[in-house]
Write a protein that binds this ligand. Structure first.
Ligand SMILES: [Zn+2]
Length: 335
């Protein structure tokens, strides 16, 4: 057995456990005041214990936790975004390996702002319009595969629902003679028709560029994945100490109603094939424990540690640290 100081708190984490947990604590009364009593209870109990595979160095990998899986929970939202970016990167890599020379485009499709009571209908309109757009002949001819995600931003008490999409195209797409290229004006025109509106909606189409991060370069596809896998809603939109409480409660209500049972992401074409082949599962939720590639596997970890959330300490406190019984001890094999 290993001697442990009783008040050892969790530290040195790459994932912002404490910060997300504290935000979750602030979400509870908002749920309660919005009359979602059961959600309030679930959010209050989210990630109150975390279990890790841990190395002697203190490096950890999550093994199990009690997540609430609520759409607006900051902890679960952050886990979901991480998982989505990870899975999406795998999907894009798979497509790149099967379709040599594939390029990714990043498309943003918007509509007019709406008040809270129209947000749900607006999201339905967006997804139906997307369906019409991607079944259009020109789209089907030019675009090999796609991923799309709904995002909502807030401006006062008006909401701005829009779609982000990653489009996979062949190199020939950019050749003028191919007839495959779709101009920004054409995108806008098509999107207006698909939305069935009498105004010209804002549309942005960009080629994805490699981004420089932490001194290294991540591929264009991966940069696009991280961008597209961002949260559907940002928790700063409702968990903000500067926001009057009545407004925050109303925003929680608007988001909860609009997002209820709604599919926020979808795949098509090559990306759908890839998602199926890789068994990526549901990007809207799914397993929130394994959200990145395993850096510490069960067979190499030194310990299994359990931390409990202590509101008073404002941190996770070590509850147990045991030697990992699954660790494989290598012995010298005689030649
Ligand atoms: Zn949660």
């Amino acid at each position: 057995q290993v001697a442990i100081p009783v008040d050892e708190v969790m530290s040195g984490e790459r994932f912002r456990w404490c910060e997300n947990r504290m935000k979750g604590v602030r979400l509870v009364p908002l749920y309660r005041k919005a009359k979602y009593e059961k959600y309030a209870e679930r959010a209050a109990g989210c990630a109150t214990w975390l279990q890790f595979y841990e190395m002697e160095s203190g490096e950890k990998q999550l093994r199990a936790a009690n997540f609430c899986h609520l759409r607006l929970c900051p902890m679960c939202t952050a886990r979901r975004a991480m998982r989505a970016a990870y899975k999406l990167s795998q999907v894009l890599d798979w497509v790149e390996s099967k379709h040599i020379g594939v390029k990714y485009l990043f498309l943003t499709l918007t509509m007019k702002n709406v008040p809270g009571d129209q947000l749900g209908d607006a999201l339905t309109q967006l997804t139906e319009a997307w369906y019409r757009l991607c079944h259009h002949r020109q789209f089907e001819r030019s675009i090999g595969g796609w991923f799309r995600a709904i995002e909502i931003t807030r401006n006062g008490m008006q909401y701005h629902p829009h779609l982000h999409a990653i489009l996979a195209v062949e190199t020939a797409y950019f050749s003028p003679k191919s007839g495959l290229y779709i101009t920004q004006a054409e995108w806008r025109d098509r999107w207006q028709k698909a939305l069935r509106v009498d105004y010209k909606p804002m549309v942005r189409i960009q080629t994805t560029k490699a981004k420089v991060k932490d001194g290294g370069t991540i591929s264009a596809g991966h940069a696009a994945a991280v961008e597209a896998a961002k949260y559907a809603v940002k928790d700063e939109d409702y968990i903000d100490p500067k926001l009057p409480e009545a407004e925050a409660v109303q925003i929680v209500r608007d988001y909860t109603e609009a997002l209820h049972r709604r599919r926020l992401t979808a795949f098509g074409g090559w990306l759908k094939e890839a998602a199926k082949a890789l068994d990526v599962g549901d990007l809207d939720d799914g397993d929130l424990v394994h959200v990145e590639s395993d850096t510490i596997r069960e067979d190499v970890a030194d310990y299994i540690t359990t931390y409990n959330w202590h509101l008073g300490a404002g941190n996770y406190v070590l509850a147990q640290r045991e030697l990992n019984p699954f660790k494989v001890i290598e012995t010298n094999v005689p030649l």
